[in-house]
Ligand binder design. Structure first.
Ligand code: PEP
Length: 255
């Protein structure tokens, strides 16, 4: 089976309603012109726009919608939070779990992320699980050990069957929103390492089918060389996903 190519746009906490609707409309229209099955174009708007986005994208099979976060419990007295079963009931496809901004600003640790992974998968969602090392770890050349621990502590308890709903995004923290991108060789090395680690823990067939996305200052000018690597199956895009032309240029770079 060929691995799924995925380009996901994480809008983070950006865009007012009309701006969000305009961006969704434009991306959905452009994605609808791509050959069906060639790439999954994932939109991850702020939660308040999920319903609008899913309604707008419903008829375009190339479009999938992701939430940027979910709570670790399936329901309960957690004012202001969003539960995975709610997302599933809206027909949301993915939830992003473990983004470095949530790890840093909301102190989400391995154990909490493991709970989120479990709750999301139990609700029937697919997950985009983010991992990646900070700069000081990269400078000490300890990035493989660091990323392996992230996988071991939040994902490696899953059964082999559950992995059909898992996508990994490797996002070196030092490259997110900084304009610095991992070199194509650095990205390929880490993606190959992640795939080998999954193969070792499970089996190579499962690892071969796992889509691993790169994230960290991907732009139209560097997307082609990053996506050209054997183990890079797409991207998780932040800043460049806020503009239709730059996002679609990145999407087209993987075709
Ligand atoms: C991200 O937040 O996942 C990301 C990769 O951001 P940026 O593309 O802006 O670096």
């Amino acid at each position: 089976m060929k691995r799924k190519k995925i380009v996901a746009g994480n809008w983070k906490m950006n865009k007012k309603l009309l701006e969000a609707m305009r961006l969704s409309t434009e991306v959905i229209r452009a994605a609808g012109k791509l050959a069906n099955g060639s790439v999954e174009v994932v939109l991850a708007p702020p939660a308040v726009y999920l319903h609008t986005t899913i309604s707008m994208g419903k008829r375009v099979p190339q479009i999938k919608v992701a939430a940027q976060n979910c709570h670790h419990e399936a329901s309960g007295a957690y004012t202001g939070e969003i539960a995975a079963p709610m997302l599933q009931s809206m027909e949301i496809d993915y939830v992003i779990i473990g983004h470095s901004e949530r790890r840093k600003y909301f102190h989400e640790d391995h154990a909490l992320l493991q709970q989120k992974v479990n709750t999301a998968l139990a609700a029937g969602l697919s997950i985009i699980f983010c991992c990646g090392e900070p700069l000081d770890v990269r400078e000490k050349e300890e990035q493989e050990q660091y990323v392996l621990q992230q996988l071991q502590e939040s994902l490696f308890h899953l059964s082999a069957d559950q992995w059909s709903k898992v996508v990994i995004a490797y996002e070196p923290v030092w490259a997110i929103g900084t304009g610095k991108t991992a070199s194509p060789a650095q990205a390929q090395a880490m993606h190959a390492f992640i795939r080998q680690a999954v193969a070792k823990q499970y089996e190579s067939k499962l690892a071969d089918q796992l889509s691993i996305l790169y994230g960290g200052s991907v732009k139209p000018s560097n997307a082609t060389e990053i996506f050209a690597n054997t183990d890079v199956d797409g991207g998780l895009i932040g800043g460049a996903a806020l503009d239709t032309d730059s996002f679609m240029a990145i999407v087209k770079a993987i075709l």
